[in-house]
Write a protein that binds this ligand. Sequence first.
Ligand SMILES: [Zn+2]
Length: 458
Amino acid sequence: MRLISLPNFFCSVALLLASGLATSQNSALGPLQAFTDARIILGNGDIIEQGSLLIRNGVILELGPTSDMEIPTSATQHQLTGKTVIPALVNTHAHLGWEAYGDWGSQYFTGENLIDHLYRHAYYGVGTIISTGSDKEEIARRVKLEQLKGNIGGARYHLSPGMGSPGGGPNPRFTDDPGYWGVHPITDPEQAKRKVAELAAAGNSIAKIWVDARDIRRGAQVKLTPEIYGAVLEEAVNQDMRIIAHAVTLQDHKLLISLGNRRFIHMPYDMPVDDEYLQMLRENNVFIVPTLGMITKGEPYYVPAFQDPFFFDQAPASVLDRLNSNYRPPAIRSPAAQQRSAMLASNLLRIRDHVILGTDAGAVGDFFGFADHVELSLFVRMGMTPMEALIAGTSRAAKAFGLDNVGELAAGKAADFIILNANPLENINNTREIAEVYLRGQRIDREQLRSTWTQERQ
Ligand SMILES: [Zn+2]
């Protein structure tokens, strides 16, 4: 798909959406659609056991127990007895544009590939995606604008430009790439504030910072200092910009919170979290993306994507062959590694009320959309309940970034949802039992996408 030009891609996207658009032209208000008699998991912790949804123009008009609703006969009816409806997922940490399914690198960061990745997420029921600190911003903004204008579908795309110490930033896989374009360097508090203002003026409402000693190990002169990131956090408030910080130690988390940071990529990996930290999380309403998929690859239960039908159904044989031949089974875990896993699981459970979904897909060999379902099942494997995992993957993730219209099913919110054949509260792996995905009130043509993706590239 990356071989075709952007306008051509718009054409194929237009074809995919043609049925929805054709019917909506009949009325300025658009067609009314009713989804009736499903179990509806709202995303905020509530369930309606036999509920219905009425949608129009991409928005939920009404939602409630079927017995309390009057379904207009003019509405297109979707009878969902036995099905479960959940909000489309909200992923707050991935890296779009670099993945080429079998190869990877900066040369793949094109509009076509970025759009493809939005559709990959949509296919799996991810309705909103925040790409964190690795997007080619000129291309990314153009794609984002086209999506806002309605010319592109797929998951709702948010970029978050990255700021860091000169020479620092994302993991070395990105920074070692000869085509890597770099972070926005911030070198002193005043310059950092100007940078935040500049990014806000360019239309960004989210940005990322890296606070990690690994920056020094690979050439940055300093780890980002509290003076500098404090200035970023201060100016972000003035600019109504939301900062997400990459940080991996308990001490950095505490320092960042004390200076106003409210969102983290990664949980503390270095030591057990303590009561002081938990109190800080509660008092400041902090959100944390644990990204468990990244740190559980050596676990005995880990299944590589190419062995999982939920992934390989939508990949051509050549991609699976490459993944298979590049695969090195993880080493047998040492007692120290096992101890660390136990500590991470216990940390996760202690911060469970702050956890939000993010996958790091597109950076470390995890695949878009597929990885979201893996992450939800890891939450549960580590001891969260299925309902907690769903909240983390929907309403709380949206709230963390002020994305008010997604992540929850309620009147007035976006008609972004997944229809499941089985109940994820009984088994979290049932999020994989996807019957249909609707984004903006339109059905995603999953069969069409799958047939495009499973064709071999020439
Ligand atoms: Zn990442």
